[in-house]
Design a protein around this ligand. Structure first.
Ligand SMILES: O=C(O)CCC(=O)C(=O)O
Length: 283
């Protein structure tokens, strides 16, 4: 039996995978990598990815090729151990992580988002609903569970470990694209606890403690990530990451984190944007 296209129910996927359904094995690999509905187990997730490949699910082969080293071995320890960060600013705490992702993983993330790109939204502070606004003219794609794959789960785990926060607290990964002149104007990533539109979300998921950007390309001009603090302008090379804390050590919001994605002046900028909460959502 083949599971329906939106099923992520282990009770359906396990027998389907055992019966030789490669798509089901891949979805189970994703759940196992993320610890959703089944215990998180990276070794088992890779076994399931290999099973998906053996059963003819073509994207599984592409992911194995991407994750494997020159000897054809997947070194999970290496993937799940991010390089050490370098402090750019102390207050707010802004850090650069050079060489965070290999170029092939950057291309993979961009490829996952490419067909999904649409005008980016901001959250209305009164209602909490997403809406379009002139302050944000770039495009974005959200990689939710229906778009998830094992490589993206590895990238998310690497980000969580670099930030020292639980992977269960990561929002869905976004990929942002900026054509010449497009911008994500000055803003904060924390949700203002004084505004009613955010109360429910903050109660369920907690504050956005940190943000991580991974630059997916570098063949453009302009397009820096800018912080008002210290007038910082930063542009990573392809695969570099920029991370910052949106909250203070006491959990309060850090009003020094006002930042922007400046418009490219030539070429198109692609960046992965990850907002990190401190815990998984509660009902
Ligand atoms: O694209 C950038 O450089 C900034 C993105 C950003 O501000 C965000 O994701 O919160």
């Amino acid at each position: 039996m083949s599971p329906s296209s939106d099923t992520f129910d282990p009770a359906v996927l396990i027998p389907a995978a055992q019966a030789g359904d490669g798509d089901a094995a891949h979805r189970l690999a994703v759940l196992t990598a993320m610890g959703l509905g089944v215990p998180q187990d990276w070794a088992r997730a890779l076994d399931l990815l290999a099973e998906a490949d053996r059963n003819g699910f073509a994207p599984a082969r592409e992911q194995i090729t991407l994750l494997a080293d020159g000897a054809g071995r997947i070194d999970l320890g290496r993937w799940l151990t991010p390089p050490a960060p370098r402090a750019l600013l102390q207050g707010p705490a802004v850090l650069a992580v050079e060489g965070f992702l290999p170029a092939a993983a950057c291309d993979w993330m961009r490829g996952r988002a490419d067909a999904l790109m649409a005008p980016a939204a901001v959250y209305d502070p009164l209602t909490g609903e997403a809406r379009q606004e002139s302050a944000r003219t770039n495009r974005a794609a959200q990689l939710d569970l229906s778009r998830m794959d094992v490589v993206t789960a590895v990238v998310r785990e690497r980000i969580a470990r670099a930030a020292g926060l639980p992977v269960s607290g990561l929002e869905w990964t976004q990929v942002l694209g900026y054509a010449v002149g497009q911008t994500f104007d000055w803003h904060y990533d924390w949700l203002d606890p004084a505004l009613p539109g955010f109360a429910r979300d903050l109660g369920q998921r907690g504050q956005r403690i940190a943000t991580c950007l991974v630059y997916l390309n570098d063949d453009y001009e302009g397009g820096e990530t800018a912080f008002e603090a210290a007038d910082l302008r930063w542009r990573g090379r392809k695969g570099d990451a920029l991370m910052w804390a949106n909250t203070l050590p006491d959990g309060g919001i850090d009003r020094r984190t006002r930042h922007a994605g400046l418009p490219p002046t030539r070429g198109e900028k692609w960046v992965l944007s990850q907002w990190l909460r401190g815990r998984a959502p509660t009902a």
